[in-house]
Ligand binder design. Structure first.
Ligand code: AQP
Length: 335
């Protein structure tokens, strides 16, 4: 039996797509919390590579991004001794369970998903069936591991809801197989917006490199990107609905320094945007610099990463296979 099955801690699971180099948004909205969660939960973290191909990827770049996402997991402090860290495509049950669940999901449910609408508008030349049904694969990712909790940002609530709906329907039709997971909103969950369009979230696949800070940007690049961040022209540093750019920068500064909004507004009272942007850039660069150093160490040893991939996949497969087999049997397949 794997260690994870023998403890009384609640289980949490989360996946990150290797659809680019992870950003400050992924870090402040997800990874930083994952690190903290490892002590309180039995954690399972996956590099969701199957999801990445809903948008066209260059094969060489995808391969590199799978390694780099996993190396970034390790670099921020996710620990394969404490948590299961694995690559989704290495565990065949994800795609397999997704088929069973697809046959228990309604077309109309998928058509309502806002992410499908957003992504199909962005990639009008490639509105593929995978993009449409990707929440079903996400439901499989979750339900295979019977987690108690799934950490979610505001943008992902709808996907967890659909996973819960699908699980309930399956359990009602065939008998109890899946645990119904609850959302977990981490205490310090920041939503980071694009530096070029603060009405949109920061995304690693944004075509404008200045819109996001990558976890592998060097100090000068980080400071330059913050200098160029789109703001308004009234030069007052405060949180306000009509100042989305400055509000976003205050949120970022608060997340990396731990200072409250009121403290930040007081610190920069009477100062200009130039000073503030530089301070945000420097604080972010300082927060990310150890990650960058760790990353260089992990990424330079691919053989060790391959070994960790295998070990993670073995632990994940043990759990996934049990759930998958149970679901297959309930549906009537002969195993
Ligand atoms: N801007 C963000 N602010 C806060 N949290 C964010 N997350 C992503 N962007 C932000 C959180 O990061 C985790 C992993 O997300 P993902 O990479 O699997 O998918 P995503 O949300 O679609 O991220 P991207 O960067 O926007 O990817 P692309 O560009 O490929 O679509 C999730 O917990 C997410 O909430």
């Amino acid at each position: 039996m794997s260690d994870i099955e023998t403890t009384a801690k609640k289980r949490a699971l989360s996946c990150v797509q290797p659809s680019g180099i992870l950003t400050l948004g992924n870090y402040l909205g997800a990874l930083k919390n994952f690190k903290a969660m490892q002590d309180d939960f039995e954690c399972i973290f996956a590099v969701a590579d199957l999801h990445a191909i809903t948008v066209r990827q260059q094969p060489a770049a995808l391969r590199q991004q799978i390694y780099s996402t996993y190396a970034l997991f390790l670099s921020i402090g996710l620990d394969p001794e404490k948590s299961i860290l694995f690559v989704q495509s290495h565990v065949k049950e994800h795609a397999a369970l997704s088929w069973l669940l697809s046959c228990n999901t309604q077309f109309g449910e998928m058509a309502r998903m806002t992410q499908f609408k957003d992504k199909s508008a962005k990639h009008a030349d490639n509105i593929n069936v995978g993009l449409f049904s990707y929440p079903v694969l996400m439901a499989a990712d979750i339900l295979l591991y019977k987690p108690d909790f799934v950490p979610v940002g505001a943008d992902q609530k709808q996907h967890l809801e659909i996973a819960r709906d699908i699980a309930n329907r399956f359990n009602n039709n065939y008998g109890e197989v899946f645990k119904i997971p609850e959302p977990y909103i981490p205490p310090l969950c920041a939503r980071v917006m694009s530096l070029q369009n603060p009405e949109q979230k920061m995304s690693k696949s944004d075509e404008n490199q200045n819109a996001f800070v990558s976890l592998l940007d060097d100090k000068d690049t980080i400071i330059r990107k913050f200098k160029r961040a789109v703001t308004d022209s009234d030069n007052k540093i405060c949180v306000s609905e009509d100042k989305p750019g400055i509000t976003n920068l205050i949120g970022i500064y608060s997340a990396v320094t731990g200072k409250s909004t009121a403290e930040i507004e007081a610190e920069f009272s009477g100062k200009g945007y130039g000073d503030f942007k530089l301070a945000v850039g420097e604080a972010v660069a300082e927060e990310l610099s150890p990650i960058y150093e760790n990353y260089n160490r992990f990424i330079s040893d691919k053989a060790e990463l391959d070994r960790m991939f295998r070990e993670g996949a073995e632990k994940a497969s043990y759990l996934a296979n049990k759930t998958y087999k149970k679901a297959m049997k309930k549906v009537g397949f002969v195993l």
